[in-house]
Design a protein around this ligand. Sequence first.
Ligand SMILES: [Zn+2]
Length: 203
Amino acid sequence: MMAARLIQLCDTVGTLYMMNNKQELIQYYRWLRQYGLNDSHSGNASIRDNDTIWVTPTGACADTLHEDQLVACYLDGHTGEGASLDAPLHIQVYQANPQANAVLHSHGPHTVALTLNGEDFQPIDFEGQYYFQTVPVINIDYQDYVTQAPARVAAKLAEQPITVVRGHGVYAQAASLNLAYKWTCSLELSAKTAFIARLAGKA
Ligand SMILES: [Zn+2]
């Protein structure tokens, strides 16, 4: 079992090694959509290449996005024309956390639903507790989102792999796209598990 998983992992890493960074970003953004963590046009994603940050464009469709449509932004705060409205947030995450090379934003429905109470989320399953212990939930009035979200999300992601903005979605940072994707998927599965446990009257 372990050997099979290892071979599968090597295969995946090998395939991704052949891609350039921008192709890899497109692939992960598409997977977020494909596996139910975003809808066709929600969420956004970025990677850092030294002082350049490649960000998905505003209104990007995950099903059709091409690497030529990614928008160059910069660590000094400059955002390229047509970048996601969250581009300033991505930049501030990289400014606050020099270890971050990738940022993914998604709308995992179980995570968003279970954190509507505004309280930090504590996974009940073994793996969720092992990875996160507690996932911070940021409360921002919807009308203040654009002005407050960048600094508040960046402050959390300077110390944590992942955070939730109440009623909106999930932001994850990591040294690689694959790891940011892992945090995103793990949190959503933990939230789904907690949701099912509550429905079953077990939690
Ligand atoms: Zn969003």
